[in-house]
Design a protein around this ligand. Sequence first.
Ligand code: 13P
Length: 306
Amino acid sequence: MGLVRVSEILKMADKAKTSVIAFNSSDFNMIHSVFTVAEELNKPALVMLDPRHAALWGWGTPEVYAKMCIEEASRVKVPVSFHLDHCSDYDFIMRCLKAGFPSVMYDGSMLSYDDNVRNTRAVARVAHAMGADVEAELGHVGFAATETDQDDLDLYTKVDVAARFCEESLCDSLAIAIGTAHGFYKKTPKLDLERLQAIDAAVETPLVLHGGSGVPDDQLEKAFTMGINKFNVGTEYFYLYYQVVKEYVAAGNEDIFNMQLLVQERLMDYLRKKMQLCTMTVTSPVSLSERPLPALRTGVPQGGVL
Ligand code: 13P
């Protein structure tokens, strides 16, 4: 199976009334661990590049990241894929699509409704022509460190505009704000499940939950059966990596190769537990998209459509 369109995986999750889990991953150890555990558990999984990490891999980040994911995906039999997380830089999104990203997020959540629609649509037109998918955000998932963003109803996704937004923006999935925020929580989040149910009833588009680190499992289990089909986790995955390295060095170890093997081992232990939240297993071969992904895409229209 290997690399599959993200929209295909979200469709499978929707049918199974669960969510695929998408992990922010910035290097080989993180990507390899996600795809390895997905294969082991017979579950789909996604990795995501945070554009803030683009500088880590120099100018060629989209190309190197895409090649690494495509190569790693080719080694597994379960459906996996990769995605560009939160990005509002049109040129960088175009570079990622050209490099072979099967899915990108255009984040216009801080813009007016009209600007968010217009920009998401501009990205979606190019992405769709290239056989790729687009995630949009309506409402705004803020930062847990503020302590107020997660409870700020003004930032929450409005049920009455969600359907129109999906139709007008041409997005393939929609990130919604229902009580989560990015980063470590200072107080336990409480998901607005009623709002989730109402949005799910109003739109056909698969829904995405951001700010996944530290959301209690019982709330996630409910949210996944109520319409969340993609669940993003970053902070806790990165923090675990940091903790393993810190402990390794503090214990006086100096072998950097063994350190990376240990990092992978510990990341995989975490992933085995986290991925249990996705209740679906892939029991039979899943058909590939009608439009299989080319390994590399060329001919992206250049210049500012926005
Ligand atoms: P956390 O870093 O809070 O887990 O959120 C990840 C996320 O939503 C990425 O889009």
